[in-house]
Ligand binder design. Structure first.
Ligand SMILES: [Ca+2]
Ligand SMILES: [Ca+2]
Length: 254
């Protein structure tokens, strides 16, 4: 009997200890559920002339169901240069989109990335750029880290036979002008006041392979050539007419 009393006490304390441990574990479980990946994913505005930003929780895994927006604005006439320094986004399900300007309009998208390859550096043609990060309902990765900087705009030196969009940085095949589809992000290839397509006069078609060639004006060989006659009289008249055939020739803009 002398040793029977301590036993219930020991059992009682053992039960109490287990109870405390169980409570702690439960508390930890609850607190981890409530405090871990609930990082608010709001629009982040970045207005300095350079900076760094990351996906939520970086360098830890980003949460599910995110739709984050990063709006970058630098001082005009500078433009935005974006450089990713780390990248790990679930392939095929989570994505990073990059847009020119302060928009997430699909027509202004200049890049869409997933997987583990670090995207190429991207430069906006204007003083703002928007990055959007989206994750689905399962499987999380480390995410991304990126730097941006205000840089001078570098105007493209488009090749002969190409058209330079009004943004100054994008070159297109000349036949994409006035074909009814926006190819320049700024739509300048479809701006009737900026370009025109005309049938090549029949007397100039002799010796050419197609009877339905058209000429884009101003001519991409020399943008000061704004009429068929000017092109005809230019030193590059033969090359001026050597545009792609009917299947890719833009329609006459009316
Ligand atoms: Ca995912
Ligand atoms: Ca076009």
């Amino acid at each position: 009997m002398c040793i029977s009393r301590p036993l219930p006490v020991r059992i009682m304390w053992t039960l109490v200890w287990f109870g405390v441990v169980a409570s702690c574990l439960q508390f930890q479980s609850v607190s981890s559920q409530t405090s871990a990946p609930v990082t608010p994913c709001l629009t982040e505005r970045l207005t300095g002339d350079n900076g760094t930003f990351t996906s939520p929780n970086y360098p830890n895994n980003y949460p599910d169901d995110q739709n984050c927006r990063y709006e970058i604005s630098v001082s005009p006439p500078k433009v935005v240069r974006l450089t990713f320094t780390d990248f790990d986004v679930e392939q095929g399900y989570d994505f990073v989109h990059v847009y020119v300007g302060n928009t997430t309009d699909a027509t202004q998208e200049i890049g869409k990335f997933d997987g583990t390859n670090i995207p190429r550096p991207l430069t906006s043609s204007v003083s703002s750029m928007t990055v959007r990060f989206s994750s689905d309902e399962s499987v999380n990765k480390k995410g991304f880290q990126a730097n941006y900087a205000a840089v001078d705009k570098e105007f493209a030196d488009c090749a002969i036979g190409q058209f330079r969009c009004a943004d100054g940085v994008t070159c297109l095949h000349a036949w994409k002008r006035c074909d009814g589809k926006n190819d320049c992000l700024d739509g300048s290839d479809e701006d009737a006041s900026n370009c025109a397509c005309q049938n090549v006069p029949r007397y100039l078609e002799s010796g050419l392979c197609s009877a339905s060639r058209k000429m884009t004006l101003p001519n991409p060989l020399d943008y000061t050539l704004t009429t068929v006659t000017q092109v005809q009289n230019s030193a590059n008249s033969t090359a001026s007419l050597a545009l792609p055939g009917p299947s890719v020739t833009p329609k006459l803009k009316t």
